[in-house]
Ligand binder design. Structure first.
Ligand code: 26M
Length: 822
């Protein structure tokens, strides 16, 4: 039975209309006749922002009066995307706004497109943070997100002659209507300089850090509106500014011109997001970024705590829990120790007791190249006191290790925060595990591997500290807002309370074999495919058949994610068609979206190869439109929102054991795409939910990957034994796809043969190809496919980020909701 949970809107169409007009006049200085879409967008944002700020004020007041315990989500990245559509939906004002604008002669879909994405993140980790703060607000939990106010988010990707070009992202150039600057909450951050040792009363050693420079952190608040609009939390992002202070005691006066150089350096800190994901870069500025936002955030938390509790630190850990989103904010651990020991003059043990009750750490990767390590010399230069504190933490930790494994020096070397060697390195993962009371992986399989392969000894030393919280996604953005057609169909069928309680989608399962519902479900899918086909036409000047299978692979470009496995398979299909014009396959459109880190040569080569193969296949009449390849440039949140609702097939084909969780897999399945994937990350749990008949699992398991590695994997075995593999790899070496430029695609072949195929692409090729044949066969049975698609949507309840947050609350944060009245 359908239930109605949407609140009655706080403002009606007429009032919304006058609010928009008021802002057009008074905020933007234009009028209804002159306004372009951009102005209409801003006026609409301003109109809804009135409601947002009212909610924010009530929430902050209520949290203050109740002196609530809160979670502080520390993340170098928040990949928010666009906010207007979500904020309207969450206030139940989408239809009101759409109607009001229509009467003003404006189409809401046009103005939504005016909003630049807030792309302050690289990919999964940053988007997860955004989904989590959405769920926290929706569940009325006191929470604050802390991060960096990057002037430039992730680069804009253009494709020129097939190759990726990076352009700066300037999301704030025409102003951001959501953010509020709070200069009154500015913090100061110290950098460089030296540490002075002093002796206090009764011989107590006192350390004083004389910084070489001080920068200001100015906070910008982005309101985070929960579903149904009651709780409005904040995302607080720090922008760096010159403070005007310079430690003249330590350095000679530099004069006016040098001072300008100082300003530029200070402002550089929050200038740009590092575009690497999964590779540790080791750049000084990156470390300064990390320390900058952690230091500002901790000071902000402490200021708020002291307002309520004065200098009594005994309740700090009752009020404050800090979640470290990967090791990027790990420098917070020694920073809090510094504040407690050097500033508050607490004893070490008391301070450490507080720290290890406040911090919890989420690990997002096992890839060795992604585990952050900083040269001790670099930390010493930038944060001399922190290096001392890290050594002290380690010294005491080594004593603990010796207690557990007496005299075992190999164990000490292995677990030490300090990696000895040519250059001493600080292992931020170890620091995070030691400094936290809870450590979690992001999917069952990943957490198992964190325990068994990454930190087995820590698991022995601290039983119960290592745990799992499977990732999730917000269904408000990733179904309700991005797929209105399907949302309305679901509302009609099972009621409209699923956005808060995603398990309700189970109710669709009993209609999975109902022919009428199948038709309705697939009609929505077709309409979404038509919309994506329009995008493809606009963006690539490419016609695609909406009756083809839309096969979608969207994620950062990485060898471990194996976009090149998909590419080799497409080339194999092409070859089969050329050899046999009657090769029997249902037409397919392979849709890709992927950004490569600018310095990741092979990733860029794979993008180039996909585009070159696309040029050839898309324009070859012999293919007879059986294959189209659409690489959509500049993959980002707002593009994902268009691609995901249109997908029939979801490609999740990472080497088993490498993808910690994946979250795109959840978004696609939620929108009725069927997964072809390996037993990796959360794919395992998706398979458990939908059942083996409703997913196409292929390839080596983690155990098989390890066995094959152990016995010696030789990609040439596959190259010589499988003629199709040989043929497509050899093809890459010719100038067939790059006329006049033979060898332009050879790096891919080289990585798969000479470089040993580190991600076992060739080992999984045949199994992948067979699975794709099974996908093809399944799609031709229209009813069976519709049933599979519906089951996928119906069984995604587990993957709401509300469930992830509930797990964090119960297992880690121990938080209670706080109702906001009115
Ligand atoms: C490192 C050094 C310098 C600059 C940036 C980085 C860096 C930035 C982001 C490193 C890693 C970053 O993100 C990793 C990431 O997104 N991991 C993904 O996290 C998701 C959420 O848990 C998982 O679903 C994915 O499986 C995992 O790959």
């Amino acid at each position: 039975k359908a239930t109605k949970t949407q609140p009655s809107p706080v403002i009606d169409k007429a009032a919304f209309k006058s609010a928009v007009i008021k802002h057009l006049h008074c905020t933007l200085g234009t009028d209804e006749n002159k306004a372009n879409n951009h102005a209409w967008w801003k006026a609409t944002c301003a109109a809804i922002q009135e409601q947002v700020l009212e909610g924010l004020r009530k929430t902050q007041k209520t949290h203050y009066l109740n002196d609530t315990r809160a979670v502080h989500y520390f993340s170098a990245e928040f990949l928010m995307g666009r906010l207007l559509s979500n904020n309207l939906q969450n206030f139940g004002l989408f239809d009101v706004a759409s109607g009001a604008l229509k009467e003003l002669g404006v189409e809401i879909s046009d103005i939504l497109e005016e909003e630049p994405d807030m792309a302050l993140g690289n990919g999964g980790l940053g988007r997860l943070a955004a989904c989590f703060i959405d769920s926290l607000a929706t569940m009325e939990l006191p929470a604050i997100g802390y991060g960096i106010h990057y002037e430039h988010g992730l680069f804009r990707q253009e494709i020129k002659s097939g190759a990726q070009i990076e352009r700066p992202d300037s999301w704030r150039d025409y102003g951001n209507p959501w953010e509020i600057c709070r200069p009154e909450s500015t913090q100061e951050v110290s950098l460089y300089g030296y540490v002075e040792t002093k002796y206090g009363e009764n011989g107590r050693v006192l350390k004083e850090w004389h910084p070489g420079s001080i920068v200001k952190g100015v906070p910008w608040d982005i309101p985070v509106v929960g579903y149904e609009g009651k709780t409005v939390n904040v995302l607080r992002l720090w922008q760096s500014e010159a403070s005007g202070y310079f430690n003249w005691d330590v350095f000679n006066a530099g004069g006016y011109v040098d001072a300008q150089r100082e300003n530029v350096q200070a402002e550089t800190i929050s200038k740009v997001l590092y575009p690497n994901d999964e590779t540790e870069a080791g750049k000084e500025l990156r470390l300064i970024q990390q320390y900058f936002f952690c230091s500002c955030s901790l000071k902000d938390i402490i200021r708020r705590y002291k307002r309520a509790h004065g200098d009594d630190w005994s309740r700090f850990a009752d009020q404050v829990v800090i979640q470290l989103n990967d090791t990027h904010p790990a420098i917070s651990v020694p920073e809090l120790m510094r504040i407690l020991v050097d500033r508050a003059e607490l004893g070490w043990d008391e301070a450490w007791g507080i720290c290890t009750k406040v911090f919890a750490y989420t690990n997002h990767t096992l890839l060795p190249e992604a585990l952050e390590k900083w040269p001790a010399r670099m930390i010493e230069k930038i944060l001399p006191r922190h290096l001392e504190i890290i050594y002290e933490i380690n010294h005491r930790f080594m004593a603990e290790v010796d207690k557990k494994w007496p005299g075992d020096n190999a164990m000490k070397e292995k677990l030490s925060i300090i990696e000895e060697g040519n250059e001493k390195m600080v292992r931020m993962g170890h620091l995070s595990v030691i400094g936290s009371f809870a450590v979690n992986g992001v999917a069952e399989m990943h957490s198992r591997l964190v325990k068994s392969s990454l930190f087995p000894e820590f698991d022995e030393l601290y039983p119960g500290k290592l745990t799992n919280v499977t990732n999730g996604i917000t269904p408000r953005r990733w179904l309700k807002a991005c797929n209105p057609g399907l949302s309305k169909l679901i509302d009609k069928k099972i009621g409209d309370d699923w956005p808060r309680d995603l398990d309700k989608l189970q109710g669709l399962a009993k209609f999975a074999s109902n022919k009428t519902f199948q038709k309705q479900f697939m009609k929505v899918k077709l309409e979404n495919k038509e919309l994506l086909a329009d995008e493809i036409r606009k963006s690539l000047d490419l016609e695609v058949d909406v009756n083809a299978i839309f096969d979608v692979q969207i994620k950062r470009l990485h060898e471990y994610k194996r976009q090149h496995l998909a590419l080799l398979h497409i080339m194999a299909l092409y070859r089969r068609i050329l050899e046999n014009p009657d090769y029997d396959m249902h037409p397919r459109v392979f849709v890709f979206g992927a950004k490569a880190a600018p310095g990741y040569k092979l990733a860029k080569d794979i993008i180039y190869a996909i585009n070159k193969v696309a040029d050839k296949i898309n324009n070859d009449p012999r293919v007879n439109n059986k294959i189209k390849i659409a690489f959509l440039p500049n993959y980002r949140v707002s593009l994902a929102e268009k691609m995901i609702p249109a997908a029939d097939v979801s490609e999740q084909i990472s080497t088993a054991g490498k993808e910690a969780s994946g979250t795109g897999n959840m978004k696609l399945a939620l929108n009725g795409a069927v997964t072809i994937g390996t037993l990796d990350g959360a794919n395992v749990e998706i398979a458990e939910e939908v059942g083996d008949d409703n997913i196409f699992i292929f390839g080596l398991t983690v155990e098989e990957v390890n066995e094959l590695k152990a016995k010696g994997y030789n990609p040439y075995d596959y190259y010589y034994k499988d003629p199709e593999i040989k043929a497509v790899l050899d093809w890459l070496e010719t100038d067939y796809f790059t006329p006049g430029k033979p060898g332009a695609l050879v790096s891919i072949k080289q990585s798969l043969l000479d470089n040993g195929d580190p991600y076992m692409v060739l080992a999984d090729f045949r199994a992948y190809s067979d699975a794709q044949i099974a996908v093809d066969a399944a799609y031709r049975d229209k009813e069976r496919w519709a049933e599979m698609a519906i089951i996928n949507t119906a069984k995604m309840g587990k993957f709401t980020s509300d469930r992830s947050i509930r797990d964090y609350v119960e297992r880690v944060w121990k938080l209670s909701p706080c109702k906001i009245e009115g």
